[in-house]
Design a protein around this ligand. Structure first.
Ligand SMILES: CC(C)(COP(=O)(O)OP(=O)(O)OC[C@H]1O[C@@H](n2cnc3c(N)ncnc32)[C@H](O)[C@@H]1OP(=O)(O)O)[C@@H](O)C(=O)NCCC(=O)NCCS
Length: 402
């Protein structure tokens, strides 16, 4: 690897709330400002010392209710000086890791020493649209459009349909997807009971104003301790998908994430202990239909760039955009070898994934990165790879050494 060594020195997120849940009225830019402030507070760094803020989001219509420069607005709300450089990045669910990659590249190239990556979305606050109404409605019904409905792209098949069909193409059944989904909730609760999702590490608590004073929101809202295979098997499929249901998909979530990176030299100068070293950070894309597969080539590319092997990875995170993603991608990575795939799955999303935790789309990529990092740290170190898929089969991946 050429260039300056890049390390993570701080990483934090809000708990993720569900559709219509506790964070439903929070503007995504305010949640962004919240994690920015906390990420810096933890390492006692002044905003003026951050040379670049790259801010990822996916639900642009929600941020668009207030601003067309959410990165700029969130940094100003977070107390950054007016001279601060920020950029808003949208690569769908990949966005926040794309934001990290931009800072990573600039630090490696020696252009800057310190960068902050952010991701924030409030999916449930996406407004209903009344297109054409600006010029009046002469006669007939006025139609409202829901940008969340079928969560996809009108010129393409719904993501859930593509993912379900591709899963079947790879021999991944509905039952396997439901099983993975139940496992996601179970692994989350196992981790949670062990104190792994505690405030102060991955999480910060958010004060939610309520009629009788503020409620301290300090844990993810979506995980279901009572999830069973029998219940999941009864759920109907969504959006014409042959396999994807509300049970083996994540919900429409709200939350924000932030990761602060520095050159290793700068961290040393500041007396900060690195949480992890970034060994590679890559982007990919492929035929839009194959969104369930894209984490596989993304992981391969990230490993190639870091000159590591899959077997050398202690842990893997593959975002559960649906249960199909980790299942299809590990099947591809294992070359169809069932034993090898099982071995990969054993170390994938060991503390649960987006099906349990939630998936605020523009924020999740940094969530899987910090979940991976903090678990490696708890284990006394090691290396791991994280990959996420994004709309129309884009990918983003990262390899960490702790
Ligand atoms: C799937 C989706 C349409 C469901 O929306 P919703 O109807 O608001 O979701 P709900 O949480 O109410 O779940 C629907 C039903 O499934 C049930 N359900 C969901 N998960 C369950 C579980 N683990 N066990 C038992 N039941 C479950 C709910 O209880 C609910 O039942 P009810 O109708 O009897 O109340 C929505 O969450 C969605 O679009 N998710 C996909 C998001 C996505 O695509 N992300 C990006 C990927 S790239």
């Amino acid at each position: 690897m050429t260039g300056n060594e890049v390390v993570i020195v701080s990483a934090v997120r809000t708990p993720f709330s569900k559709f219509g849940g506790l964070l439903k009225d929070f503007r995504s830019i305010d949640l962004g400002a919240l994690v920015i402030r906390e990420c810096l507070r933890r390492v006692n760094l002044a905003p003026a010392e951050v040379e670049e803020v790259n801010y990822g989001l996916s639900v642009i219509l929600e941020a668009g209710l207030e601003t067309d420069v959410p990165g700029r607005q969130a940094t100003l709300f977070a107390g950054f000086p007016p001279e601060s450089i920020s950029l808003t990045v949208n690569r769908a669910c990949c966005s926040s890791l794309s934001a990290l990659r931009l800072g990573y590249r600039a630090i490696r190239a020696g252009e800057i020493q310190t960068a902050l990556a952010v991701g924030s979305d409030n999916m449930g606050r996406a407004p209903l649209l009344a297109p054409g109404i600006r010029w009046g409605s002469r006669l007939g019904h006025v139609v409202l459009k829901d940008p969340l409905f079928e969560l996809g792209y009108p010129d393409f098949a719904p993501l859930a349909r593509d993912a379900g069909e591709v899963a079947l193409e790879y021999g991944v059944t509905r039952e396997e997807q439901d099983q993975w989904a139940v496992g996601s909730h179970q692994r989350y609760f196992q981790a949670w009971h062990q104190g792994k999702f505690a405030v102060g590490e991955e999480l910060l608590a958010v004060e939610v104003p309520q009629k009788k004073g503020a409620h301290l929101f300090d844990r993810d809202e979506s995980p279901r301790e009572d999830a069973t295979l029998e219940q999941l098997a009864k759920l109907p499929t969504i959006y014409g998908s042959p396999t994807v249901t509300p049970g083996n998909a994540p919900g429409l979530s709200t939350g924000a994430t932030a990761i602060l990176i520095m050159s290793a030299d700068q961290a040393r100068k500041k007396g900060l202990k690195p949480l992890a070293t970034i060994l590679s950070s890559v982007a990919t894309a492929m035929d839009a239909r194959y969104i369930a597969s894209i984490p596989a080539p993304t992981i391969t590319k990230a490993l190639e760039q870091s000159e590591r092997t899959l077997e050398a990875m202690d842990l893997i995170e593959i975002n559960e955009a649906f249960a199909a993603m980790p299942l299809v991608s590990t099947r591809i990575l294992a070359g169809g070898d069932a034993g090898r795939q099982q071995a990969l799955l054993q170390k994938t999303n060991v503390n649960g994934g987006a099906i349990a935790i939630g998936h605020p789309v523009g924020a999740s990529a940094l969530r899987i990165t910090m979940t991976l990092m903090y678990e490696l740290k708890r284990r006394g170190g090691g290396s791991g790879v994280a990959a996420i898929c994004g709309g129309l089969a884009q990918g983003e991946g990262i390899v960490l050494q702790v």
